[in-house]
Design a protein around this ligand. Structure first.
Ligand code: NAI
Ligand code: MG
Length: 336
């Protein structure tokens, strides 16, 4: 028996996570669900965006399914983004963001890539300060942080190759031509670790060129590994190739309970309307089931989502008319 901690969060997190939970229940697995509060609404109500009891529930669970939370772009005293706190607290240093073609005219064909984003350092280290009329952010890159993220990227490349029969390829994405010390170290560590995997064909790309390549020739890419902010930006960009943020899943893995979350945010522009696309949350659930060892069920759920999309049913963001409810019901009907 495995315990899943659901953290819907804010905005459409409150719509897509309950939808995913219903679908997971329809799989009739040996799963128990607990729910924890987090996010901006939680902060306004309880004075903490990630209360101690939520953190404790997440820690005791085998996995966390996280929706999204709203983070203000200004400083709000006492507020700290719960997803950043969870990544830090559980040392979830790797963010795995697969991007693959989906059945529908909203998606380009022949894409099957994985962005491996470093999740704990870089420009997200929280080391920012004001110096009069200037402001400085410290971009921390460490040998340990770089080596472990590239190692997991190489392991992912090997596993994908084994599963899919294609030869493994790794693209190291950096900006070492300008950031000679920080990305210079990242690049040096990446090349060293990748050399331990002789089967993997390794190449490197400056981040700006990688952004172009993602649009121009995404079919040529397999696994990309990069630092925190570059990975954040490139993965949103890559999601647009196959339908956009509404379909993009992710896994945060490392030491503590793994956290699975759609890549999108709380989408305040559509929250409460019942039209949010649940596919990102459903495909994140697939990644969660795989990680928990429910391989057969993961395959069944993935196929049910793909088959539902293949009928032409989809939400507004993909050019369709289905509501969250209608799409979710269609997936559940396929599972039954
Ligand atoms: P967003 O991802 O919430 O929305 C961007 C655009 O994509 C919006 O037009 C939205 O309607 C659309 N969209 C996103 N997910 C969708 C879905 N499932 N179905 C249909 N349309 C969808 O990003 P935005 O607007 O930049 O940020 C909104 C809030 O979310 C901010 O407070 C931000 O801090 C937070 N955020 C939280 C994240 C997290 O909790 N991991 C990640 C990204 C943003
Ligand atoms: Mg993002």
């Amino acid at each position: 028996m495995k315990t899943i901690c659901l953290i819907p969060g804010d905005g459409i997190g409150q719509e897509v996570i309950p939808a995913a939970a219903e679908v997971l229940q329809a799989l009739k697995l040996d799963l128990t669900f607990v729910e924890a509060q987090a996010g901006f609404a939680c902060f306004e109500k309880h004075g903490s965006a990630l209360p101690e009891d939520s953190l404790a529930l997440a820690r005791r669970s085998d996995a966390v399914l996280f929706g999204a939370t709203s983070s203000p772009s200004t400083i709000v005293a006492g507020y700290r983004s719960p997803i950043l706190a969870l990544r830090r607290e559980f040392d979830l240093y790797a963010n795995l963001r697969p991007v693959f073609s989906l059945p529908g005219s909203f998606s380009r064909p022949d894409i099957d890539l994985l962005i491996v984003r470093e999740n704990t350092e870089g420009l997200y280290s929280g080391r920012e300060y004001r110096d009069g009329d200037a402001a400085v952010a410290e971009r921390v890159i460490s040998r340990q942080g770089s080596e472990r993220i590239v190692r997991i990227a190489c392991e992912q490349a090997m596993a994908r190759s084994k599963a899919g029969g294609k030869s493994p390829r790794l693209t190291i994405v950096h900006k070492a031509n300008v950031l000679k010390l920080t990305d210079g170290l990242f690049r040096e560590c990446a090349l060293k670790v990748a050399a331990e995997f002789p089967e993997i064909q390794v190449n490197e790309s400056l981040v700006d060129a990688a952004a172009m390549k993602l649009v121009k020739a995404p079919e040529s890419l397999d696994v990309l590994v990069t630092t925190n902010l570059f990975g954040d930006i490139l993965s949103d960009e890559a999601s647009a190739l196959v339908g956009g943020l509404g379909v993009a899943p992710s896994a945060n893995v490392g030491k503590g309970s793994p956290v699975f979350e759609p890549v999108h945010g709380s989408a305040p522009d559509i929250a409460g309307q019942g039209i949010a696309n649940p596919v990102g949350a459903l495909l994140s659930s697939v990644m969660m089931l795989e990680t928990l060892g429910f391989t057969e069920a993961a395959g069944r759920l993935r196929q049910a989502v793909l088959d539902t999309l293949a009928t032409g049913l989809c939400t507004v963001d993909l050019g369709g008319k289905a509501s969250t409810r209608q799409f979710t019901n269609a997936v559940i009907n396929r599972l039954n």
